[in-house]
Design a protein around this ligand. Structure first.
Ligand SMILES: Nc1ncnc2c1ncn2[C@@H]1O[C@H](COP(=O)(O)OP(=O)(O)OP(=O)(O)O)[C@@H](O)[C@H]1O
Ligand SMILES: Nc1ncnc2c1ncn2[C@@H]1O[C@H](COP(=O)(O)OP(=O)(O)OP(=O)(O)O)[C@@H](O)[C@H]1O
Ligand SMILES: [Mg+2]
Ligand SMILES: [Mg+2]
Lengths: 265, 265
């Protein structure tokens, strides 16, 4: 069965896109059939994978019903497909406001794609608006990239509140399974303190009915590595660009752990 | 006369708040009377300066007309005042939509504060919505913090488009005077390439009627320094927390150049 994951954080610049692109590539390299969806009108995932935003049907056409998943999905690597974004997607957020069943549109597409993919991962924009809502209604699981900085936990509370609302009212099987620490500065007191606070927060929810009651902080962290910031300008993943870098090692390690947590055999 | 500056970038996590807090503190230390305004419902500037969001009148009351600047401004250091934010400000963005003269509200407050302050700096949220629009209508100058990463320039284009619209239709004297490079990773090829692209872009606008035709990249860059990420958790500026750090040095240098560009004698 296909495993569907929304990668979410309303805070900007915390590593969502970098994670979807490079974790996706690492999973494809392990032989999984992976479909990545760019739900951000900024189309950074699209650009990172070397696709021209707006060039042919993509996420916008999918959400407005003028294309099927088969038309909108592009092969970008062996085992790796992307449904690209474009600036039109910003309009979709407005156009969809008064559409009946508006949160379910993406869900219906995912339910039809069972035969093709092992993993579908959705890169969300930095907001809790209608696009992100569509992702939360459509998937089984949530993964949250988090930068271990002081104010990151404040944003997390608001995010979990939104997940809880969607889980209670629209998508009962929704679960937050993991938090991945991105842009991690090893050896700094700050990272250690934020992680300790996060662990304390999560342990308080164990055994409750909250959709994050089983959420784990993945032990594979993604360290700061300028190579990860360089490869998008070449339309490359870290594995194309600099396979021996810390960035490549970290995302390869993350892929292994990800499979155990999000797609157990 | 008071100099009014909006600090803007719709991209998240690029250093807006860190710059407003620490540049503000550096200017206050130089003897300027500085008022910082927190226009972000996330209230990170408020928290960074050790003020409790929502505790007493603040930005929300200012925008909805239930408080004057004198009531909403708090002294936080010698020569340094903050108008705090709170989560109510998110509601203001919706409430103000149908208010006549909605973009002018902040402008009217600033026009009345001439006697008190040398510099008023507004910390904007990561969006180009009604709150940011209020800031753009209210100030004379714009400063743009930018992280020298590949996709930063793409967001800049969209931001300048918005500044241009406001300048043409509502605020003819609006000017983008400076871009400050934040989270700068010295010695990386990436930073050098992005700065070269940015310089090429800006040189094309010299002598045009665009509001950024005189914009400069400030030579004082703010290097990555974990101390800058640590001090907010203590409600401290970098000058309180670690005055000998690179972060403190960089913001002190920025303050000197800032005065030449934004508040020349
Ligand atoms: N581990 C890392 N080391 C260094 N740079 C990184 C790392 N992860 C991401 N970056 C860079 O930081 C910036 C922000 O990352 P990214 O775009 O993945 O965040 P995001 O959460 O998707 O942002 P947005 O909210 O705008 O969608 C990008 O320029 C990216 O290349
Ligand atoms: N030069 C720097 N070195 C290290 N960390 C930094 C630096 N500047 C900012 N930070 C940290 O990076 C994070 C983002 O910075 P900041 O909050 O100032 O960005 P912002 O643009 O205001 O974000 P937002 O869009 O959410 O308002 C914060 O945790 C901050 O402490
Ligand atoms: Mg992104
Ligand atoms: Mg901010």
């Amino acid at each position: 069965a296909v495993h569907t994951i929304a990668v979410i954080n309303q805070k900007g610049g915390v590593g969502k896109t970098t994670t979807v692109a490079n974790l996706g590539a690492a999973l494809a390299a392990k032989g999984k059939h992976v479909c990545l969806m760019d739900l951000d009108p900024q189309a950074h995932l699209t650009l990172t994978l070397g696709v021209e935003p707006g060039d042919g049907p993509g996420m916008y056409e999918l959400l407005t019903g003028s294309a099927a998943l088969g038309d909108a999905a592009r092969d970008v690597r062996k085992n790796l497909t992307v449904v690209p974004s474009s600036i039109d997607l910003a309009a979709a957020e407005v156009e969809l406001v008064s559409t009946v069943g508006r949160e379910q549109i993406l869900r219906d597409h995912l339910l039809k794609c069972e035969r093709q993919y092992d993993i579908v991962m959705i890169d969300c924009p930095p907001s809790l608006g209608l696009l992100t809502l569509n992702a939360l209604c459509a998937v089984q699981d949530v993964m949250i990239p988090l930068q271990p900085h002081f104010l990151a936990l404040q944003g997390l509370g608001k995010l979990l509140e939104t997940v809880s609302l969607v889980q209670k009212r629209i998508n009962p099987s929704l679960k937050v399974r993991g938090i991945v620490l991105c842009m991690y500065e090893t050896g700094t007191r700050l990272a250690g303190e934020v992680v300790a606070d996060l662990e304390a927060f999560l342990s308080q929810s164990r055994g409750t009915a909250q959709p994050w009651s089983d959420a784990r902080i993945l032990s594979a962290v993604i360290r700061r590595n300028v190579k990860l910031a360089e490869c998008p300008s070449h339309g490359q993943t870290i594995f194309d660009y600099e396979p021996s870098s810390n960035g490549a090692q970290d995302y390869a390690a993350l892929a292994g752990e990800f499979l155990n947590i999000f797609a157990p055999p």
